[in-house]
Design a protein around this ligand. Structure first.
Ligand code: PMP
Length: 350
């Protein structure tokens, strides 16, 4: 039965949890929670709705006030959607290296996108955002520190997982972190409701900030005062900015991380391609990275274990990135052979 909704915002969350059939090792039950089913294709639709509704409630966001955020893309796309649906102007700052289709999506949704120099990385986006807030009095949603972000995951994502495994074991929950909203919000509910569930966290091998053991230097408001020394550029857009976000730091401090894996970029991309080609599960690079971690824990899990991995977004967001670099637009030899196997409708030989 199709459900009826009063606006697009009602369709955020309640994403499906899907069994992995061909890529899972024998004897364990591996599931993925597909955040690509959110209306704009990522987990960040939850955050966007959460921070805007919390600011409306607290009175910090006034009717018609401009909303601003620093974003690698998915947050901006989610915020642009929520602002479009609710009628707020939206400005997003974004560092140059993030994929071009993300900028276009935000603009398509009616937002303005201010690009900041690649050399100044994520900290540069934050600096520009602060300047614009000071100058224009816009409302900054502050995704990296805003408690409405993990609160929403505690209220929605976590209960969705608990409901799906009601009366059954839940051995491992696997996630990455960008802001850490998913990690902090879901982990604290699991600790309380399912203390036996192990929390597995994945981060890029080139930016294994939690594994480094080096803390983040912060300003009094929780924002980073300088980039983390262990950070290097990595291909997992949406994972691990060049600092440890406050929400992620909180989760680590509260001992919510039972197991930590460093995932190399090529391994994340291989997993993303395999999920697509062998399971029909069409997801982005950080999803591949989280799935790589899920496969590692699955290899050492006891028989009958139930594992759930978070897959944050859709592969469609990566068409211009290295994820699709080996996917040609023209026919390859095998395809040409199929084409030549019957006489009609063949392209002229080049
Ligand atoms: N993967 C992608 C593609 C994302 O956009 C994000 C959010 N930045 C994450 C993972 C991590 O989610 P969170 O911010 O809740 O830690």
């Amino acid at each position: 039965m199709a459900k009826r909704f009063e606006s697009i915002l009602g369709t955020v969350g309640n994403t499906p949890i899907v069994r992995i059939n061909r890529l899972a090792p024998k004897g364990v039950n591996l599931y993925v929670k597909m955040e690509a089913f959110n209306p704009l294709g990522s987990v960040k639709d939850r955050l966007a709705l959460a921070v805007i509704e919390a600011a409306e409630k607290s009175g910090e966001l006034k009717p018609g006030q401009t909303v601003i955020e620093a974003t690698s893309g998915n947050t901006g796309i989610g915020l642009a959607m929520v602002c479009a649906a609710k009628g707020y102007p939206c400005v997003l700052t974004m560092a140059e290296p993030f994929s071009v289709e993300r900028r276009k999506l935000m603009r398509f949704l009616g937002a303005k996108v201010v690009i900041t120099p690649a050399a100044e990385r994520a900290v540069g986006m934050l600096k520009k955002t602060q300047e614009l807030v000071d100058k224009h009095g816009w409302y900054w949603t502050r995704q990296f520190e805003n408690e409405a972000n993990p609160d929403y995951h505690s209220r929605t994502t976590a209960p969705e997982i608990l409901e799906a495994f009601k009366g059954e074991r839940l051995d491992y929950w696997v996630t990455g972190y960008g802001t850490g909203g998913t990690l902090k919000g879901v982990a604290r509910v699991l600790r309380k409701e399912r203390p036996e569930t192990k929390i597995v966290v994945c981060e890029p091998a080139d930016a294994a900030l939690l594994a480094s053991g080096i803390g983040q230097e912060r300003n009094p408001d929780g924002t980073p005062s300088k980039p983390h020394p262990s950070w290097k550029p990595h291909p997992m857009q949406g994972w691990t900015p060049d600092f440890i976000p406050k929400l992620t730091g909180d989760a680590a401090d509260m001992k919510y991380v039972d197991k930590l894996y460093s995932i190399p970029g090529p391994e994340a991309m291989r997993c993303s391609r395999e999920l697509a080609a062998k399971e029909g599960i069409f997801v982005g690079i950080t999803s591949g990275g989280t799935f790589a971690g899920a496969l590692k824990i699955a290899a050492e899990a006891e028989k009958g274990a139930n594992i759930v991995a978070m897959l944050p977004d859709t592969a469609e967001r990566y068409l211009s990135t290295p994820l699709f670099a080996d996917i040609p637009a023209d026919m390859n030899e095998a395809e040409l052979e199929i084409s030549r196997s019957t006489p009609g409708c063949q392209l002229a030989a080049t």
